[in-house]
Design a protein around this ligand. Sequence first.
Ligand code: DX5
Ligand code: ZN
Length: 225
Amino acid sequence: MAVQISPSILSADFARLADEAARVEGVADWLHVDVMDYHFVPNLTLGLPVVESLLKTTTTPVDCHLMIADPDRWAPGYAEAGAASVTIHAEAAKAAVRTLRAIRAAGARAGLALNPATAVEGYEDLLPEIDMLLVMTVEPGFGGQRFLDMVLPKVSRARGLIEKHGGEIWLQVDGGVSAETIERCAEAGADVFVAGNAVYGADDPAKAVRELRALAERTGSGPSV
Ligand code: DX5
Ligand code: ZN
């Protein structure tokens, strides 16, 4: 498992997104873009036009996390626009298989996200349809929330299911990931780490990315499943 860091621009300055993306270019593996619609979550951020503009300004692959009520309708458009990874929420999708296949058909990696209260076991049959599983470590909607330790057993169980299916799928954690919590996530088996506040709340975002990566790499040899 290779450690990957995906800084979330939710904690960046939305009036200077191109500059904020540039601050982690060449250091971060991904740029995590949180799309929120005031329906699936009680917050509103940005949509496809902003993602299209961002894609023109950065060479870092864009990781779109769709916290929206109707991902079946909108997700393929993000893949068609050039996002390298598009993640939909299991709780919102009504035709997850069709939508995940449409994301892949448009050339992006397909991700499936699970809220803290959503069990991973119900989604085992979907694993062949996805490239990444996102286990939320906060309730989605806002940056800067406190990490939910209660989700860690699910991260471990998710790693176990992934290994059972061949180990190709990436396991992402998102929410409250910081220098204090990233080692616990890596120990539980996560390999892709989203960090908003821990990166864009830091004086030097690139340095913060390097530090988070070093902590995860020190710990993340994977669980013994
Ligand atoms: C929350 C978002 C996260 C958020 C994480 O719903 O999905 O990507 O930006 O922010 P931090 O790392 O500050 O918890
Ligand atoms: Zn996110």
